[in-house]
Design a protein around this ligand. Structure first.
Ligand code: URA
Length: 234
């Protein structure tokens, strides 16, 4: 791959723009030697304005999603991409959420530019369970666990029953729900089917990967190889 394309793929601009960037002399190696279009030192030695390059593809990020942000590149309002460096929204291959969260759902959101990994995690057969912490409007009545575990619950405007899901009651109006799949507004619609209403929803784990306590809302980090592997160990 050429330097121009490498930088364009990392979101530094179009090919024309990255060519201009290179010609302006701000792309160097780690000794400060200016690079030209035809140079391509090892990735980790390249600098732009003295800074290391963003991580190469494949990349997996973990974001603690705050309330009020959509998981879309198109939305005119606040999106999860506003919480990341602007370059990250321009990368090729693109950075996509692994299982979207609603605008008002918070918590663990993974993003990746690795399509295979994305499908491996979201496919129900992967066995990567997603756990949600739920705060409800009304007290639980006691029948919800059986309904969710039945494997026969069909959501409004759908025909295929949901896979069995687990309910763990934490309080009168508080519970954990564990899902194998990720249908549109699933947790909210499950509680609506049970005659309740979700006030707050937070995803706390995907497979064996838990949202760490020290990752504040709006903060993100890149996952290590071990953390990625932990997703498949629940
Ligand atoms: N279920 C929902 O209802 N919303 C989400 O964001 C995730 C799961």
């Amino acid at each position: 791959m050429k330097l121009v394309k490498l930088l364009a793929n990392l979101g530094y601009g179009s090919r024309k723009e990255t060519q201009r960037l290179i010609r302006s002399g701000v792309v160097t190696d780690d000794t400060g030697a200016v690079l030209s279009d035809s140079d391509l030192p090892p990735f980790e030695r390249i600098r732009v304005r003295g800074e290391e390059l963003d991580p190469p593809s494949p990349m997996v990020l973990m974001l603690n999603k705050p309330d009020g942000y959509t998981c879309s590149t198109e939305d005119p309002g606040d999106t999860i991409y506003h919480l990341l460096p602007p370059r990250y929204a321009q990368r090729n291959p693109g950075l996509n959420p692994i299982g979207r969260l609603d605008k008002d759902t918070t918590g663990l959101l993974l993003l990746t530019d690795d399509g295979k990994l994305l499908h491996k995690i979201i496919h129900p057969k992967s066995g990567c369970l997603k756990v949600y912490h739920v705060i409800l409007d009304r007290p639980l009545e006691g029948h919800e666990g059986e309904l969710f575990e039945s494997g026969t619950l069909v959501l409004n405007s759908e025909t295929k029953p949901l896979l069995p899901a687990k309910l763990e009651v934490l309080g009168e109006k508080e519970a954990l729900v564990t899902l194998h799949e990720g249908r549109y507004h699933q947790v909210r619609r499950m509680f609506a089917a049970a005659g309740n209403h979700v006030l707050a929803l937070k995803r706390i784990s995907i497979g064996g990967l838990h949202l760490p306590d020290d990752l504040d809302e709006g903060e993100w980090c890149e996952l290590t190889v071990d953390e990625i592997a932990s997703i498949f160990t629940s």
